[in-house]
Design a protein around this ligand. Structure first.
Ligand code: ADP
Ligand code: MG
Ligand code: MG
Length: 931
């Protein structure tokens, strides 16, 4: 596993092992590179691909990479560097100077570089990049004179001072509505000289700006901006390594489960300039559309700008198609680059380029982040194009992203009505498909606050930046006024599967007044709006939602699958999954319609049918209450007789829907008090219904009160103290089975006894089940097959699984309760401390979301091993919520379960995750063969 590799490499870079021979610096340039694309762990993603692009002959400005091992060393050794580093950096620098013919701080031809971070997995916007390093009061003059373009030279210089002051010297904004200090200084100057655009500032203005920036730095930090390039370089490198542990990087890693031990690399690279005038530009592009997945050259650029302008969304860039007119040669070259990149990397690429005076340079490439919709389309189409094989395609689609394809869209008619009624406010770029409605908020803090109170919010910003990440996570959707498809907002939306419309230029946001103006209307904080991230539209108020295309085809059956490409591709992918997965997929469903949906999504059985939900419906609750309040066995049986036909009908409905697939039915589980009315008024009402006194009910409620219901009188404990409940349920199940089979539909009932810790508990219940079954069969003069098994959900059950398996024909791991009882942690009460645990990394993931493999997983393994010892062919499943979570599904595959069971809408996710578990296993097997 990835984590293990990390540990190993981290150990390697411990000071002891880091002798003089350790190579920390890797050079690339002039068609040759020390590293290559496979070295992402060592060189970071950006670094490895810069080396690879150099190797395949793409025009990459030369530079060098300082490895992630150095970062690990840095944090393992109180933020210090190994001795050999300085020498290795100096050697690389000399090589760089030789390759470019430029020199650091030179009075004739000064070398300028960028200092760029780059972790193993791209962490967009997390780490700060510094451009134009090497400029100082002297070299800027050299550049100005040499280029005959002093405006450009000073523009580079002011950008550098600004970035360095921000990232390295820490001159940053404070508080929530405050402006960036450097922007403020710039705005002041613009105001003073009477211009609105940055590009209208002259060389002298920019010179003045640099001086004001210097004053700002001095004032805020008490230190002067460093003039010596080599000092600048060390300062910048230190800041990159330092930024690995900054707050937003940590937040991001937590969200994406990236280990903190990985570390980042630093890339030092010769500058090229997209801001040299109208023959220069900079841009970001994709070899396919990352939102829809369509195979078109996609992206955007800005003329006369430096890279971060496009990404930051400060100016809205031009669509890449327009470059064909502006710079036809560069455009043609880029189209060729797309082919070269996809041929080499065999995946959709997201790349950064700069055109300096009509000459194209490549600055970065990586596998592009994409929406769930795009992930499926690209994977399936690349198989059709014979770029990858179908197994590769299965591995390409993140299992969780399938939920996006199943998420609702806006109802067409409601949307058309909204447009007719003038509620369409404006259009922007469709950056994250799907439909979202919510209250408008204008900053991340408010988003987090309101979402914490359970409100749905839409985060509306002029543009987003990494500081907004928490708010973006909390919001239903994101709307920005500026920035294109490669802006931060779009990037994050793609990655998180957030619904997003960006660059809706007609919107004017006023943070101070907490309003935005659009289409002649003023939308205030807290107002309700809706955004369609598939169409890029923004509406006033709330719109009705409708099921996604896939759901319309499979569940609602309102759409013909043949007419929906999305469905076709989804279906193809699912069929590939079914070719390789070994885990069976079942569903947790309590009602026939849920069961039918799950079958449509590909489930082959019910792994958990909870019977108690059936007792809440309509008037049934009164029969249930009558049973609970009954004082004698006879009275209880009388009440159960009323429940029997209702349960039988429910089970019959489910058996019919499941068409012969196995159905695991759980006997009554929750403590009885859950069924009783708690408020006085409800008690009065029930008393009237049952014809008894309110006092009697109140007394029963009091008697059933438990200090710790989760560990109280529930599960099989109920069936043991009230055997007639188990009797009734068994009867209902088997009578239903016999009835449905008579209708010509095969049935496979599996009765599951819950909360077993002692083998004798199970024996007690089994006696009742078998006795009742015999009776039913005798009465109906027919035989029916059924299985009886148990849920393993308390540690004692797992530990004594060998004994329990003597009687249980199957086990289903109830990992919700197993997690609660193993951790001694109530899920419902964990909200007050678990988030903090995650922050402190006491737990890596929420154990109620992803199986705690080391703890709970170990108990499962014990249960499996012991269960199989007694009963080698025992059927093993899982029915906790974990059954639809990809890492848990993989775990279940590894430990050899027969099936996983999850909620209907997670079934496709589980199918894909189960297939990916096989792929991972195959890959591991292959690498074992090689080593
Ligand atoms: P990120 O990790 O946020 O993608 P990058 O390291 O890619 O940051 O740098 C941000 C921007 O700076 C990029 O868009 C890139 O185009 C620009 N940039 C980085 N290095 C150079 C360089 N050597 N010459 C010109 N532009 C550069
Ligand atoms: Mg980049
Ligand atoms: Mg349970």
């Amino acid at each position: 596993m990835a984590k293990k590799i990390t540990k190993k490499s981290a150990a390697k870079s411990k000071p002891k092992a880091a002798g003089k021979s350790s190579k920390y610096v890797y050079f690339f340039g002039s068609g040759k590179a020390d590293g290559n694309g496979s070295q992402k762990a060592l060189l970071g993603g950006k670094g490895a691909n810069l080396h690879e692009m150099t190797r395949i002959g793409l025009p990459v400005p030369p530079g060098f990479t300082v490895t992630t091992e150095l970062c690990t060393y840095y944090y393992d050794n109180k933020k210090s560097y190994p001795k050999v580093l300085a020498e290795q950096v100096n050697t690389a620098l000399a090589k760089l100077e030789a390759a470019t013919g430029k020199k650091f701080g030179d009075r004739e031809d000064p070398l300028l570089v960028s200092v760029r971070s780059g972790a193993r997995e791209s962490m967009p916007g997390m780490m700060d990049t510094i451009l134009n390093l090497g400029l100082n009061d002297e070299t800027v003059e050299v550049l100005a004179a040499k280029s005959g373009n002093p405006r450009w030279a000073y523009d580079c210089y002011r950008r550098f001072v600004q970035m360095y002051g921000d990232v390295v010297m820490g001159v940053q904004k404070v508080g929530r509505d405050d402006h960036e200090p450097f922007d403020e200084v710039m705005d002041e100057l613009k105001h003073k000289v009477g211009v609105t655009e940055d590009t209208d500032l002259t060389a002298d203005h920019l010179k003045e700006l640099v001086s004001r920036f210097n004053d700002l730095i001095k004032k805020r930090t008490g230190k002067a901006f460093p003039q010596k390039p080599i000092d600048q370089l060390w300062g910048a490198m230190g800041a990159v390594f330092g930024s690995w542990m900054n707050d937003r990087a940590i937040v991001y890693r937590r969200k994406y489960h990236i280990p903190h031990e990985w570390g980042t690399a630093v890339n030092v690279q010769t500058m090229v300039f997209g801001n040299l005038g109208d023959t220069s530009a900079t841009g970001v592009a994709f070899t396919r559309d990352p939102a829809s997945g369509e195979k078109v050259f996609y992206g955007e650029y800005l003329i006369n700008a430096q890279g971060e302008d496009v990404v930051a969304g400060t100016r809205t860039p031009q669509p890449i198609a327009k470059l064909a007119q502006d710079m036809p040669k560069a455009h043609a070259e880029l189209v060729q680059v797309c082919k070269t990149l996809e041929t080499r990397f065999k995946d959709m690429q997201d790349f950064e380029f700069t055109i300096e005076d009509n000459k194209l340079y490549m600055l970065q490439t990586r596998n592009g982040k994409r929406t769930g919709l795009a992930a499926i389309r690209i994977a399936v189409e690349m198989v059709e194009e014979k770029v990858i094989d179908w197994k590769e395609a299965v591995g390409r689609v993140p299992a969780d992203s399938l939920t996006q394809v199943l998420a609702p869209i806006f109802d067409r008619k409601d949307r058309d009505d909204a447009v007719k009624n003038g509620r369409l406010l404006c259009k922007g770029l469709p950056a994250g498909p799907g439909a979202a409605s919510g209250h408008v908020v204008f900053n991340a803090e408010d988003a987090v606050e309101r979402a914490g109170k359970g409100e749905r919010v839409l985060l509306c910003r002029v543009e987003t930046s990494p500081e907004d990440l928490r708010g973006m996570i909390a919001a239903e959707g994101i709307l920005t006024a500026r920035g294109g498809v490669s802006s931060h907002a779009a990037l994050v939306a793609r990655q998180m599967g957030k619904i997003c419309v960006c660059g809706a230029q007609e919107i004017v946001v006023d943070y101070g007044a907490r309003v935005m103006k659009v289409a002649g209307r003023t939308i205030k904080e807290g107002d309700f709006i809706s955004i369609d991230g598939t169409l890029g539209e923004v509406y006033e108020g709330e719109l009705k939602t409708a099921p996604s295309e896939v759901v319309q085809v499979l569940v609602a059956k309102t759409l013909d699958g043949k007419t929906s490409r999305t469905y076709q591709q989804f279906d193809k992918l699912m069929k590939w999954c079914d070719k390789i997965r070994r885990l069976g997929i079942r569903t947790n469903a309590d009602q026939p319609d849920q069961a039918a949906n799950a079958i449509a999504f590909g489930a082959a059985g019910i792994g958990l049918c909870r019977t108690e939900h059936m007792f809440f419906e309509g008037d049934r609750i009164y029969a249930m209450r009558e049973m609970i309040i009954a004082e004698t066995k006879e009275a209880r049986e009388e009440a159960l007789r009323k429940l029997l036909p209702l349960q039988r009908d429910d089970f019959a409905g489910i058996f019919r829907a499941m068409k012969g697939y196995p159905v695991t039915i759980r006997t009554l589980d929750p403590p009885l008090h859950e069924f009783l009315p708690q408020t006085e008024e409800a008690q009065r009402e029930t008393a009237a219904q049952l014809g008894i006194t309110t006092e009697k009910i109140a007394a029963r409620v009091a008697a059933l009160h438990e200090a710790n219901p989760m560990l109280g009188h529930r599960g099989c404990r109920l069936g043991i103290t009230y055997p007639e409940i188990t009797e009734m349920q068994t009867r209902a199940i088997l009578e239903a089975a016999i009835q449905v089979r008579k209708e010509g539909i095969p049935v496979k009932p599996e009765i599951m006894i819950v909360l077993i810790g002692f083998p004798k508990e199970l024996q007690n219940q089994l006696e009742i089940v078998h006795r009742t079954a015999k009776q039913v069969m005798a009465e109906k003069k027919t035989k029916i097959g059924y299985m009886v098994g148990t849920m393993i959900e308390i540690p004692r059950g797992a530990l004594c699984a060998d004994e329990i398996a003597k009687d249980a024909e199957f086990f289903s791991f109830g990992t919700n309760d197993l997690t609660q009882t193993t951790l001694g942690m109530s899920r419902d009460d964990s909200g007050t401390f678990l988030p903090h645990y995650q922050e402190l990394e006491i737990v890596k993931r929420n154990p109620f979301e992803a199986i705690d493999q080391d703890g709970v997983g170990q108990l499962m393994k014990i249960g499996i091993e012991k269960g199989r010892k007694t009963r080698p062919d025992i059927k093993l499943g899982i029915c906790g919520e974990h059954g639809g979570e990809p890492s848990s599904v993989e775990f279940c595959h590894r430990v050899g379960l027969t099936y996983v069971s999850c909620s209907p809408f997670r079934v496709p996710v589980a199918r894909l995750a189960a297939a990916q578990a096989v792929l991972k296993e195959e890959k591991a097997g292959k690498s074992r063969e090689i080593s």
